[in-house]
Ligand binder design. Structure first.
Ligand code: SF4
Length: 181
């Protein structure tokens, strides 16, 4: 089975790659136009490419199109983290991953987002399944943070020297960190 894995960031991708490879041939897809500013996007993309080189992984190139992402979440800018804006953001990236998987003839898709302790696993897996049905593609449900998955991702990141960000990604999540500080 050929699986296209949406990689939200290199650290979360480590455990996802490791666990999915038992199910088939995994290719990484760093599709995250939600990340702001562009310098931060490039920093996280660099980290993903470092992981690709270190572990000799397959990957599919993606586009950085923040305008389309901003259009998608328009009107929901002030939602709290974990609210409707985040649901739209996750659905947007999973939908793009499924479209790419379909276009390239993959059998299935998945996301590394479930490595994060901050994300809603029920929502992610529910929306992934819905998108899979829409494109007639298998969505692989995951709970990568479980069985020490998150801790393992931190260990791998330290070992490989992967960049670990201190905010989720979009401009609205930067504001939240600034407020806390
Ligand atoms: S906080 Fe994270 S998940 Fe929510 S909209 Fe921003 S980048 Fe997406």
């Amino acid at each position: 089975m050929k699986i296209l894995l949406h990689v939200c960031c290199a650290p979360d991708g480590t455990v996802a790659f490791e666990r999915l490879k038992e199910l088939g041939e995994v290719w990484g897809y760093f599709h995250n136009p939600n990340i702001h500013p562009e310098e931060e996007y490039l920093k996280r993309l660099d980290s993903f490419m470092k992981l690709v080189r270190e572990w000799d992984l397959n990957f599919v190139e993606s586009e950085y199109n923040p305008r389309e992402w901003f259009e998608t979440v328009k009107g929901f800018e002030n939602e709290p983290e974990g609210g409707n804006r985040c649901r739209m953001c996750i659905e947007f990236n999973l939908d793009k991953t499924a479209i790419k998987a379909k276009e390239l003839g993959f059998d299935a898709f998945a996301t590394s987002l479930t490595t994060s302790p901050h994300k809603d696993l029920i929502f992610i897996n529910g929306v992934g399944k819905k998108i899979g049905e829409k494109y007639n593609l298998k969505y692989i449900e995951s709970t990568f943070r479980k069985k020490n998955g998150f801790l393992l991702s931190v260990e791998y990141s330290k070992k490989l020297g992967l960049y670990r960000q201190n905010y989720c990604g979009c401009v609205f999540s930067i504001r939240k960190v600034e407020k806390v500080n």
